[in-house]
Design a protein around this ligand. Structure first.
Ligand code: FES
Ligand code: MG
Length: 578
């Protein structure tokens, strides 16, 4: 511990436990009821552990065990651990999409910390939205905060070859549809693709967001790359518990860590990993909670100069297990170095980022490339604008077949997901490999929840000709494990009357990634006439959380946060008295 800045009576939990009144009597007697003696907690930091374990979240199955290891560390360091279960956003199971509930978990995290006697917090997450959601909630409370990443699962195994989460399901599904593999082969993929606890082990949203979180200083150094079942992951959990107690005494709050420079480091890391496009939505939302106006343009600026160093699927060749053995994120950050990162940012260790990556070695330069052998020199993400996306859209150029990055073709429009499912494989559909597949009603309000539908399916009859990529555009997101020439996050979305709502089949759509342009080649007058004739679709919810969501969710370019939550620190109200 560097320096003790707090006395026990200055702890936030002192208001619950330390004062002499009737209510604190209640808190103490009820803690005794749970089997704890006063000496277990008196004068000690109360550490909330927000645990997103659930029987239906396969990525967090080890959290039952890990939380015990976190607690062990907290006890050893002289803290009092309090596990608080929080909404588990389980990517494979939750419908229509976990994104509908990211802000709900963020609210829950914030309110758990506000309403209970937490002096510091360990956030346990990893499966896609859990990471940004927990952090968004914690930002508002501004306690000492440390993130314990779930860690990637082991490589998949298919007849002796590695399988990658997501990416290989799409790939082999297409092969099955094209008749190139058997039902038995497909069943072998099903049983081999996810064979241990942990989050997706491709560079999907989970690996991207946990790595970004580490680069921004919110985890112990090296934490995000350790495979979930590795015994070093359990050790990391214990060390995380130990560290948070000292962070409370040091009063090392999350706002000292998540500075604008840290957010830039986060963006650069996401880009150098060729990470999930979802990082753009989540980092913008997180930054805005911190009171910084991170925007899409910043992603585009940093993308131009950030080399892709991680050779991980879907943009590269390897998986997270290989990345760990090659040296993990510390090695990658060390390669990026001061040329691309601000190494003076503070981390949870109270050391700088530069200190926490100093001496990190790379053991396999094919997996974690040095700067002079980058997979590509820049442009792992591009922000597009034009009359189809006045507030921006994004594409991941390395995931697309290069010939599609400058492309013109006639639109084939689907009104919504069901329309697409019904007609995409219709042998009579007027479409060829040059066409541009357009899906609307897939944005934050339209779908609702902006699901990961953006990797629109290629019609069977075109797959049968050997074509594996086409230009596809929508207001949806795309799973980080997906690939293809998919323009995503079109803002404003079609549901609220964005120009995407006005495109018609046969219109020529023009994409020019080098020029960052996305246009539908119709005149302004024609666009205006179509707008005048447009009627808004019906809202998707009439009651419950859904109505709150529809009323308050923002568009993709601002991070899809709720308007009443996305605000800067200067507007913070006082915490209500307990
Ligand atoms: Fe949980 Fe992919 S399903 S991270
Ligand atoms: Mg995902």
């Amino acid at each position: 511990m560097s320096e003790r800045k707090k006395k026990p009576e200055e702890l936030r939990s002192h208001r619950w436990y330390g004062v002499k009144d009737l209510r604190s009597f209640g808190h103490r007697s009820r803690t005794a009821q749970m089997g704890f003696h006063a000496s277990d907690y008196a004068g000690k930091p109360v550490i909330a552990i927000l645990n997103t374990w659930s029987d239906i979240n396969p990525c967090h199955t080890h959290f039952k065990q890990r939380v015990e290891e976190v607690k062990r560390g907290i006890w050893q360091a002289g803290g009092f651990p309090v596990e608080m279960p929080a909404l588990s956003l389980s990517e494979p199971f939750q419908k229509p999409t976990t994104m509908l509930y990211r802000n709900l978990l963020a609210m829950e995290a914030e309110e758990l910390l506000r309403s209970y006697p937490a002096d510091g917090v360990v956030l346990m997450g990893g499966c896609d939205k859990t990471t940004p959601a927990l952090i968004m909630g914690a930002i508002e409370m501004n306690l000492p905060t440390i993130f314990m990443p779930a860690g990637p699962m082991l490589r998949g195994d298919y007849q002796g070859a590695p399988l990658g989460s997501g990416s290989d399901s799409w790939k082999y599904w297409a092969e099955l549809r094209a008749g190139n593999i058997t039902e038995q082969d497909w069943s072998n993929v099903e049983n081999g693709i996810a064979r241990s606890p942990g989050h997706c082990m491709t560079m999907g949203t989970a690996s991207t967001m946990t790595s970004v979180t580490e680069a921004m200083g919110l985890t112990l150094p090296g934490a995000a790359s350790i495979p979930a079942p590795d015994s070093r992951h359990a050790q990391m959990a214990t060390l995380t518990g130990k560290r948070i107690v000292d962070m409370v005494w040091e009063d090392l709050t999350i706002d000292q860590i998540l500075t604008p420079a840290a957010y830039d480091n986060g963006v650069v890391t996401a880009l150098a990993l060729s990470g999930s496009t979802n990082a753009a939505v989540h980092l913008i939302a997180m930054a805005r909670r911190s009171g910084y106006e991170l925007d899409l343009q910043r992603f585009d600026e940093l993308a131009r100069s950030t080399p892709v160093l991680a050779n991980i699927r879907p943009a590269g060749q390897y998986l997270m297990e290989d990345f760990f053995y090659a040296g993990g994120l510390r090695a990658l950050l060390n390669h990026l170095g001061a040329a691309h990162l601000d190494l003076d940012t503070l981390t949870v260790t109270s050391q700088t980022l530069g200190q926490s990556i100093a001496g990190a070695r790379c053991w396999n330069e094919d997996v974690i490339r040095p700067l002079n052998k980058a997979l590509q020199s820049g442009d792992s993400l591009a922000v597009l604008r034009g009359n189809l996306a006045p507030d921006g859209a994004i594409i991941k150029p390395p995931a697309a077949e290069p010939h599609l990055l400058v492309h013109r073709g006639p639109a084939v429009v689907f009104e919504d997901y069901n329309d697409m499912s019904d007609r995409i494989d219709d042998p009579d559909l007027d479409i060829d490999a040059n066409s541009v597949i357009v899906l609307r009603e897939a944005g934050p309000q339209g779908a609702p929840g902006m699901p990961e539908w953006g990797q629109l399916p290629i019609p069977k009859k075109i797959l049968a000709t050997g074509v594996r990529d086409m230009l596809r555009i929508s207001d949806a997101r795309m799973s980080g494990t997906s690939y293809g020439a998919c323009v995503l996050h079109i803002a404003p979305e079609s549901h609220v009357g964005g120009p995407l709502a006005l495109v018609r089949s046969g219109d020529i759509i023009e994409l020019d990634v080098p020029q960052r342009r996305l246009n539908v080649l119709i005149s302004d007058e024609e666009m205006a006439a179509r707008r005048a004739a447009w009627t808004p679709p019906k809202p998707k919810f009439k009651r419950g959380y859904g109505t709150l969501y529809l009323k308050h969710v923002g568009q993709a370019d601002t991070g899809c946060d709720f308007d009443f939550l996305a605000r800067g620190k200067e507007e913070d109200g006082d915490e209500p008295e307990i």
